[in-house]
Design a protein around this ligand. Structure first.
Ligand code: ADP
Length: 247
């Protein structure tokens, strides 16, 4: 497989903050329809990698190619338009709008809330809202004010809002933090479904959850890759046990 076949090809990526390398010469490839989980101790550089991909942080060196397009020189908005969606830990939903409206305003890319409400109230949008609502298990909550959803449902709604923009790469930062066991299982199912036709990159600490979802795991330590592969291999790796899982 050539490097141009990957959805995401990160090569020799480095970012220094006042001389400290938070990400240090990182090379990592993500396949089409792959669900990759990045694990590692606090301060390993996991969040910084996601910040670099979505353009929130600019690299000191190296390349990030998404569907063969170089991202390092693009703005955050341009990267979203290329098809990269990023969900942070705290959901940024519109609490006073209904679930339906939250999904509706998220389509299409780059429109303001009221602009998209006004211009895009079409059958096509409606169809997409229903499709995504079903995917995120909120079909029965479409008329409910988002503020009234459970913590887990709010997380799913934000995932749905990102899906409305049809990203080819979805990045999630600790998606099950604060969720009940049942919600964690449902989120695992949701992410498995999403990765049927998209690539997904997740930062996660909950190892039981990682085992349920990861096609492959990348272990970061001090800005570098310590180990990479299927979870059952990675968790047997002595270096990984020493710096992370053994703690
Ligand atoms: P993780 O997500 O694995 O916990 P981070 O990516 O948040 O790790 O941080 C990696 C390292 O980079 C940490 O030591 C952190 O303090 C440092 N760091 C991250 N962002 C900045 C920044 N904007 N300025 C200075 N240091 C930073």
């Amino acid at each position: 497989m050539s490097n141009t076949d990957f959805v995401l090809a990160i090569e020799d990526l480095t970012v220094s903050f006042d001389g400290f390398k938070a990400v240090d010469n990182l090379t990592m490839y993500i396949d089409r329809n792959e669900l990759r989980v990045v694990i590692g101790p606090n301060g390993a550089g996991k969040t910084t990698v996601l910040d670099l991909i979505c353009g929130k942080t600019k690299s000191t060196n190296g390349s990030i190619k998404f569907m063969n397009k170089e991202l390092t020189k693009l703005s955050e908005h341009e990267i979203v338009r290329e098809g990269v969606g990023r969900k942070f830990q705290t959901p940024s939903i519109y609490e006073n709008l209904s679930v339906y409206q939250n999904l509706e305003v998220s389509y299409p890319k780059g429109r303001s809330v009221w602009g998209s409400l006004f211009f895009k109230r079409t059958a096509e949008v409606k169809e997409q809202v229903f499709k995504i609502a079903e995917e995120i298990m909120l079909t029965n909550f479409l008329d409910m004010e988002a503020a009234l959803l459970s913590h887990g449902q709010k997380q799913w709604l934000e995932i749905g809002m990102l899906l409305m923009q049809d990203p080819q790469l979805l990045m999630l930062d600790e998606p099950v933090a604060g969720m009940s066991a049942k919600e964690r299982d449902q989120t695992a199912e949701l992410l498995n479904k999403i990765s049927n036709n998209r690539s997904v990159l997740v930062i996660e600490h909950d190892m039981e959850f990682v085992k349920k979802i990861a096609h492959k795991v990348t272990v970061l330590h001090q800005g570098k890759i310590l180990a990479e592969g299927p979870m059952d291999q990675v968790q047997e790796d002595e270096k990984v046990i020493e710096v992370y899982l053994g703690h």
